[in-house]
Design a protein around this ligand. Structure first.
Ligand SMILES: NC(=O)c1ccc[n+]([C@@H]2O[C@H](COP(=O)([O-])OP(=O)(O)OC[C@H]3O[C@@H](n4cnc5c(N)ncnc54)[C@H](O)[C@@H]3O)[C@@H](O)[C@H]2O)c1
Length: 451
């Protein structure tokens, strides 16, 4: 495959296996094989799609590191037995996480799963029980916590800057590049992703849980699909939804076209491997069979007494969020406008205005504008910091307890699961009715250096 000589692995490196070899896998594979190669090695890769197994192996070969052994999904028990990984990282579609998490915990591995930890209450219970049974934790990769600007908000709250927080207003905006991407493939079905209330909002609910250091108790929600619909396709003059961009008769004039053939990465990862599993990466975002919402709001109450008012919409003019904490001594406002990726195209430009803004407004007196904490890289700099902590454990201090496990994973997805149930029934749903003995996540109790 390559003439580059293979370096023998150093014996002290931790052995990693990666399950689910799509887009997110590249982040971990590159972290293991390049950035943190002194501490980590990739010994096995696993997927339902043999073409993506070969791609992951070719990536290793091309950079001259040992090629990981490849296994199909059904062979996962054999992967565990033969390659004996220290760490299993799960990056499959969301509903498939739980099976791998439980099997890897049972095999004595350290387990890291991508968010959301899982998509429904039954699978959540299975993971919590496996953790109790094995005495191990399952780490959930909440990279959003690691963004320095969000850690700064945590720091302000830990210091009691605005007193006791009584309510939170949190509004998350996805633009029509990033937002549309959730309507093309597996994310567009609740049975594989839990819908955006679980798949996407797990990040947001986790942030609020961690920011407040509190546990969500009950949720009522509303939501529907209003934009990514056959009617919108007709309104745009596209004659209604079509099957996929590759064969679409109006692709040339559709503002939502994803051109898989034109992007070498997408072509290799998805288009070139369709024959194995029929996974179409560019399905029409307006098609009939989508069953997730694009317009959502929720009211969440916490054990601290705080109330969260939350919204998530997937078709906005800009991307980012606005969050405000209303406390007994004032208000913290934090706004972030993201420079957003667009699959198959260059990053979308950031609109006018400050990229990150954080200010504290006391009940009496002038507002204070803060200089935002910053880091470079994807997801507000969070990805790089989280990866460092995952692949070189102990190398990074964690005074804000950004490292999250199954307790935080459960506390965040169950807000989304409860919201989905509330959508279906019209009722307010208590988390305790979904999973009886929800363990309390670990939260820091004081800001580092605070008196
Ligand atoms: N934290 C973040 O910011 C972030 C960003 C992107 C993705 N993610 C998460 O990463 C995960 C993967 O997302 P992605 O964008 O890489 O998706 P993807 O569709 O690109 O890749 C998923 C891969 O899993 C494989 N797969 C499907 N079913 C499987 C099964 N049962 N067993 C083994 N492999 C299976 C597919 O063939 C594919 O290769 C998701 O859980 C997603 O939420 C997180």
């Amino acid at each position: 495959m390559s003439a580059v000589p293979v370096r023998p692995p150093a014996p002290s490196r931790r052995r990693h296996a990666l399950v689910g070899l799509g887009s997110r896998r590249e982040f971990y594979q590159d972290g293991i094989e390049v950035t943190h190669a002194a501490a980590a090695e990739l010994v096995a890769v696993c997927d339902v799609n043999p073409g993506r197994i070969e791609l992951a192996q070719a990536r290793a070969a091309a950079r001259g590191v040992a090629v990981p052994r490849g296994y199909l999904a059904a062979e996962f028990p054999r992967l565990l037995a033969e390659t004996r990984p220290d760490v299993v990282i799960v990056t499959t579609p969301d509903a498939a996480h739980a099976g791998y998490v439980v099997a890897a915990l049972e095999a004595g591995c350290e387990v890291i799963t991508e968010k959301p930890m899982t998509t429904d209450a039954d699978a959540c219970r299975r993971i919590l029980e496996a953790c109790r049974r094995t005495g191990r934790h399952c780490r959930v990769a909440f990279n959003y916590r690691y963004s320095p600007a969000r850690t700064q908000v945590k720091d302000l709250l830990l210091r009691g800057t605005v007193g006791e927080v009584l309510s939170v207003d949190f509004h998350w905006l996805l633009n029509t590049h990033h937002g549309a991407d959730y309507f093309r493939r597996w994310h567009a079905r609740k049975d594989t992703s839990g819908g955006l209330f679980v798949h996407k909002a797990t990040h947001h609910f986790d942030l609020v849980n961690w920011w407040l250091g509190a546990v969500p108790v009950a949720v009522s929600a509303a939501g529907s699909r209003r934009f990514y619909t056959p009617e919108t396709a007709r309104r745009l003059g596209l004659g209604g939804p079509h099957e996929r961009c590759l064969t679409c008769p109006v692709a040339a004039r559709c503002p939502f076209r994803l051109d898989l053939a034109a992007d070498p990465r997408l072509r290799a990862l998805y288009l070139g491997n369709e024959a194995h599993d029929g996974y179409l990466r560019d399905r029409c975002v307006f098609r009939e069979d989508i069953d997730i919402e694009d317009t959502m709001s929720a009211a969440v109450s916490y054990d601290s007494g705080a109330l969260l008012t939350y919204s998530l919409n997937a078709y906005n003019a800009w991307e980012g969020y606005q969050v405000a904490f209303n406390g007994t001594a004032g208000r913290i406002e934090h706004t972030l406008v993201e420079t957003v990726y667009r699959e198959g195209r260059e990053a979308a430009p950031t609109p006018d205005g400050p990229e990150v803004r954080t200010r504290v407004i006391p009940l009496r007196g002038a507002a204070e504008e803060l200089t935002p904490w910053r880091a470079d890289g994807d997801h507000g700099g969070g990805d790089r910091l989280m990866l460092e902590e995952i692949l070189a454990p102990g190398a990074v201090a964690d005074p804000y307890l950004r490292r999250a496990d199954e307790r935080a994973g459960a506390a965040s997805i169950l807000v989304g699961v409860a919201a989905n149930r509330s959508l279906a029934t019209g009722a307010r749903v208590r988390l305790a009715d979904l999973v009886g003995d929800l363990p309390r996540p670990e939260y820091p109790v004081a800001a580092p250096g605070a008196a």
